[in-house]
Unconditional design. Structure first.
Length: 356
């Protein structure tokens, strides 16, 4: 157990109860990207900060935007406001966010380019994030959200590698996949560096006060079966092995987005505590196969939330009908779309809270 980690005495929180496979007083809910550009108060804070990275590394402002959706909608979990590209920054890779274009990184295309973690880069990057986590915990207590859990997170190694190699987002991640096929031993060196840094980063989040963790493997779905085993399952299993030793009371949610049928093997072999389901996972299969292995989280289509109205009511009630008989957390199949009206999020929360 980490030196500063306290035993989990907050299992009565509905979100944590669901992750432990227990029933609670209501269906717990939170939404990926619940703090973000769809909220006018978020846009005001981001403008004040002068950009995304300045906001994410300002503990006071990052705490404020983390709390905004909790105050508005009363979710059962707050998630640290940050980004999955913190790990490349820890490793010394240049990361910037171009207005309207997303992340921009200096690409890594060979073994010679692979960065090595240094203590100075790690501390410089992680210290303000750890301070943010502590401030969020204080705010949750002082603002009477004592039943709201705090989630820390990181990008999973395969997805982080995709951004590091491509130099940003991509439609096909050609450079990354080609390297993984053509030089698996060389590519595995990059994965190892990312994986080790990810473990240290998640441990620091727990030390600072995170009560649960989520691993975002956003591009898991672009891999074939053997590549999925090597670059998604194996690094995740290693991360879980390390976390079980250092912080055994902290539950971890795995999100191998787009994994399809591979979700089942991921659930069986990685040792994550729960599965976050994308919107393409069939509900009946999720209930009869995946939910018998692990608690599940998901999986409303974010576009349905964007549309609102009767479609939102129908889709939400179908998910609740199928999944609420077992350990379940309501969420989306991916993040809230920036054009989503806040009123639609309010409508969704009311549907879930009023559902019987």
């Amino acid at each position: 157990m980490l030196e500063n980690q306290k035993p989990n005495t907050q299992i009565e929180k509905p979100f944590l109860q669901a992750l432990a496979g227990k029933s609670s007083s209501h269906t717990p809910l939170w939404f990926m990207r619940q703090a973000g550009r769809y909220l006018p108060e978020y846009r005001e804070v981001r403008e004040k900060a002068g950009g995304f990275l300045k906001l994410a590394f300002n503990p006071e402002l990052a705490t404020e935007v983390t709390m905004q959706p909790i105050r508005r909608f009363g979710m059962d979990a707050a998630i640290l406001f940050s980004d999955i590209l913190v790990v490349p920054m820890m490793l010394g890779q240049d990361v910037a966010f171009a207005q309207g274009e997303g992340p921009v990184l200096k690409p890594i295309r060979s073994v010679e380019d692979i960065p090595v973690l240094t203590q100075s880069d790690f501390e410089k990057t992680v210290t303000p994030i750890a301070e943010t986590i502590g401030l969020i915990r204080d705010k949750l207590t002082s603002e009477s959200f004592s039943d709201t859990a705090l989630i820390g997170f990181a990008g999973a190694p395969w997805t982080v590698a995709c951004y590091m190699v491509e130099g940003g987002g991509s439609r096909d991640f050609l450079h990354t996949k080609r390297w993984a096929y053509a030089d698996p031993e060389g590519f595995s060196r990059l994965i190892r560096e990312i994986t080790e840094a990810t473990v240290l980063y998640l441990e620091r989040q727990v030390e600072a006060g995170a009560e649960a963790l989520q691993l975002f493997d956003s591009w898991a779905g672009i891999l074939d079966e053997e590549q999925f085993k090597r670059w998604v399952i194996e690094p995740t299993r290693y991360i879980m092995k390390r976390l079980r030793l250092s912080c055994p009371d902290i539950p971890v949610i795995g999100f191998p987005r787009g994994a399809g049928n591979f979700y089942q093997e991921y659930a069986q072999k990685t040792d994550v505590d729960a599965l976050s389901l994308d919107s393409q996972v069939p509900l009946h299969w999720a209930a009869n196969v995946l939910q018998k292995i692990k608690p599940v989280q998901g999986n409303l289509d974010p576009v349905c939330l964007l549309a609102g109205g009767d479609a939102l009511v129908s889709a939400t009630e179908k998910i609740l009908d199928e999944l609420s008989q077992g350990p379940f957390i309501f969420n989306l199949g991916h993040g809230i779309i920036k054009e989503t009206p806040p009123a639609h999020v309010e409508q969704l929360v009311k549907i879930i809270r009023n559902w019987q």
